[in-house]
Design a protein around this ligand. Structure first.
Ligand SMILES: Cc1cc2nc3c(=O)[nH]c(=O)nc-3n(C[C@H](O)[C@H](O)[C@H](O)COP(=O)(O)OP(=O)(O)OC[C@H]3O[C@@H](n4cnc5c(N)ncnc54)[C@H](O)[C@@H]3O)c2cc1C
Length: 513
């Protein structure tokens, strides 16, 4: 078993299948997509001696966590990402760059704020559940004695009785909003602690599956002793993460092809092939690690009757509504008391505000040189018309900036030296129904595996961690076929604190519930 990845003694190892240290003979794989999932798969395969070609359609690695240069030493990205300490598999990937993860810096707190003055904080909490949560509730102004008396106890206890992977299916048909309704949390607490998280999955809680929300509660709050705080890279993602990881991959012999758009994929009895900008590249297997929309498009075109049902299940997935990221380079610094990251609720479309010079080296240099600040605003689950309708997008940006002036009043007088706006709709939405039918890592063809945050995965992992975990799992599938050892997967505990152990029968037979 590999070394424990964090401080939680209950963290669970899912040991890899045994096998040779390296594949025997010449094995090759094509990884489509250079986001976290594709990078994890490429790393895991190359470390076992597989010849890997990684094709990324963009001009840099990182996918949705890519960062790119602008003029005047500025950079842009899809913005703030929280690297939780529970993200064991992502961290194990990043440890390939630096075993101590010295490029990740802790964010001391991520307060949640509402216009009525309610403000919650995650700083200084004990890390062991359930004490962490009890302390949070006791401290939070959102949980009044009256509000707590109204909580539906059986629903609340469900949060402690989770058991993965069953929990995902248990909530089939229930939305996060419906679950929150039956939980009867005090309104303030619901907004602050719950909706903020559902919206971080780019979804209106009515459109988002309760299973995902409950899993998130377990992963971040109730089931893990890693604590409620997270880290962030100390520079833009390209500088801190992806260029160093690319260097490591190149040392392992990975052929990284940027601006390499894969048009089609083919799997045959004797191998697989992809077409990269019209040129055919052959390999023994393909890892499809494109973003959810691109993966749907590619899957639709993969020939083979044996894949018909699977193509249907991929086609049935869909994306979340658009999100908007606004980055502002201000000529005046925000107040020194402003946190690096602030979650907001009740400020119209504004979901959070981050102050980049608090943690990113490049932004800090810019802020110092210009005696200003680099501030980023996020809005999730936006109206569809912000994509392609410039007037709608620009109205939303104006509104977000007006909300920023309410949240940080000193910004109202600041001049905007530069502004970047990003409107995208490239994240998946895991809705209330269809979990069991959702595609997973395996496909009906052993030469084709999937990786990405949009997949069904039985472990309590989400977003970046689901991307990294499925990347390793996809590689493990191929390595097992080729007789090579896989890579251990680590997760937070698979059961909640009050979940009963399954009683194993003394000999043979099925386990009783
Ligand atoms: C605004 C925002 C904030 C977020 N905040 C957080 C957070 O705080 N914490 C967290 O855990 N997660 C967060 N996420 C989610 C996180 O970004 C994703 O879960 C993760 O990056 C998904 O990685 P992936 O590898 O599955 O997909 P992607 O990153 O989308 O990678 C897929 C790659 O495939 C490439 N590709 C597509 N089609 C082709 C093709 N035909 N040929 C070749 N390449 C192709 C794409 O260019 C892309 O690089 C956030 C996302 C956004 C947008």
């Amino acid at each position: 078993m590999s070394q424990r990845p964090g401080r939680d003694p209950r963290a669970q190892c899912h040991p890899a299948a045994p096998g040779t240290r390296r594949v025997e003979g010449d094995r090759s794989a094509l990884v489509v997509g250079g986001g976290i999932a594709g990078l994890a798969a490429a790393t895991a395969l190359a470390e076992r001696g597989v010849r890997v070609t990684l094709a990324e359609s963009g001009d840099r690695l990182g996918g949705r966590v890519a960062a790119w240069p602008l003029d005047g030493q500025r950079t842009m990205s899809r913005g703030f990402h929280a690297f939780f300490r529970q993200y064991y598999n992502l961290r194990r990937l990043l440890r390939r760059i630096d075993v101590d993860l010295s490029f990740l810096v802790p964010v001391d707190d991520y307060p949640l704020q509402r216009p009525d003055g309610l403000r919650d904080s995650f700083a200084g909490l004990v890390t062991t559940p359930p004490w962490s949560v009890l302390q949070f509730v006791a401290r939070s102004p959102a949980f009044t004695a009256r509000g707590l008396a109204g909580v539906h106890i059986p629903s609340a206890l469900e949060l402690l009785k989770v058991r993965f992977p069953d929990t995902y299916e248990r909530y089939e048909g229930e939305s996060a909003a419906a679950f929150l309704d039956r939980l009867r949390f005090p309104d303030g607490a619901r907004d602050l602690a719950l909706e903020v998280f559902a919206r971080s999955f780019f979804a209106d809680p009515r459109e988002f599956g309760a299973g995902e929300l409950v899993a998130m509660f377990h992963t971040y709050f109730l089931g893990s002793a890693e604590g409620l705080l997270f880290d962030v890279p100390d520079d833009d993602y390209d500088a801190a993460l992806w260029r160093p990881l690319a260097a490591r991959l190149e040392c392992l012999g990975v052929d990284i092809r940027l601006d390499a758009h894969v048009d089609s994929i083919e799997v045959r009895d004797d191998g697989a092939a992809v077409s990269i900008a019209g040129r055919r590249v052959e390999a023994d297997a393909v890892v499809l690690a494109a973003d959810p929309r691109a993966a749907r498009r590619l899957a639709e075109g993969i020939p083979g009757d044996h894949l018909a049902g699977w193509r249907g299940s991929v086609a049935a997935t869909y994306n979340a509504p658009p999100f908007v990221v606004v980055r502002l380079w201000l000529d005046t610094p925000v107040d020194a008391s402003r946190p690096a990251f602030l979650g907001t609720s009740g400020y119209g479309p504004l979901d959070n505000v981050s102050v980049l010079e608090r943690f990113e080296a490049g932004a800090a240099r810019w802020a110092e040189d210009h005696h200003g600040s680099v501030v980023e605003l996020h809005a999730y689950a936006c109206d569809e018309d912000v994509v392609g309708d410039e007037a709608a997008a620009s109205a939303l940006v104006d509104r977000l900036e007006a909300e920023l002036h309410r949240v940080f009043p000193e910004t109202a007088a600041a001049g905007v030296l530069a502004r970047e706006v990003l409107v995208r709709d490239d994240c998946t939405l895991i809705g209330p129904t269809g979990w069991a039918a959702r595609p997973g890592v395996m496909t009906p063809d052993p030469r084709l595996v999937l990786a990405g945050d949009w997949l069904r995965c039985g472990y309590p992992v989400a977003l970046m961690e689901r991307a990294a975990t499925t990347g390793f799992l996809a590689a493990n599938r191929l390595l097992a076929r080729w007789g090579a050892a896989g890579h251990d997967i680590w997760t937070v505990p698979m059961r909640g604190l009050l979940a009963r152990r399954r009683v194993r029968p003394a000999s043979g037979g099925a386990a009783r519930r």
